[in-house]
Design a protein around this ligand. Structure first.
Ligand code: CTP
Length: 140
């Protein structure tokens, strides 16, 4: 009997790529056969955070595409993880546990369960984030 290919999915801005990003991609790939990563477009980041990313979409997606844990990269124009599931039919959605207590993610979890998919929250890598790097640069 053939074993089903487990498709994993994760997403993010991946601006100023750092070790927290690397950790989530490595951990995600260790739990699936095919990892799809969607990288937020500049427009989505601007609309969500009201600021432009430091690194352009073209460069961010190129960096993520070349990480050895990543099998497929796509642009993220929309934050809706259910729409993404409809399109990609992923089995596992991976995210950092900075989102663990978020109501939206708990709703996603329930809906995805009905489609046979699940969310795995990985421990957020402490002491680093794009925001922290930007703050540290301003401080210096
Ligand atoms: N992530 C993580 N550990 C970090 C930073 C990010 O596990 N230290 C995870 C996030 O939970 C998310 C993915 O990496 O699943 C992409 O995160 P992103 O928002 O692009 O990076 P941040 O550094 O958190 O960016 P910001 O500070 O702008 O929120």
């Amino acid at each position: 009997m053939n074993k089903k290919t487990v498709v994993g999915y994760t997403c993010g801005a991946f601006d100023m790529f750092h070790v927290g990003h690397l950790n989530i991609l490595r951990n995600a790939k260790s739990m699936c056969d095919h990892l799809i990563v969607s990288v937020s477009t500049d427009k989505l980041i601007k609309s969500k955070k009201n600021t432009n990313p430091i690194i352009s979409f073209e460069h961010r997606i190129e960096i993520v595409r070349n990480i050895k844990y990543v099998d497929t990269v796509i642009p993220q124009n929309d934050l809706d993880k259910i729409k993404a599931h409809r399109k990609l039919k992923y089995d596992i959605l991976f995210v950092g546990d900075d989102w663990y207590d978020d109501q939206k993610w708990s709703d996603y979890e329930n809906e995805l369960k009905s489609y046979g998919a699940k969310i795995i929250f990985f421990p957020y890598t402490e002491a680093i984030s794009t925001t922290k790097i930007k703050n540290e640069i301003s401080r210096r």
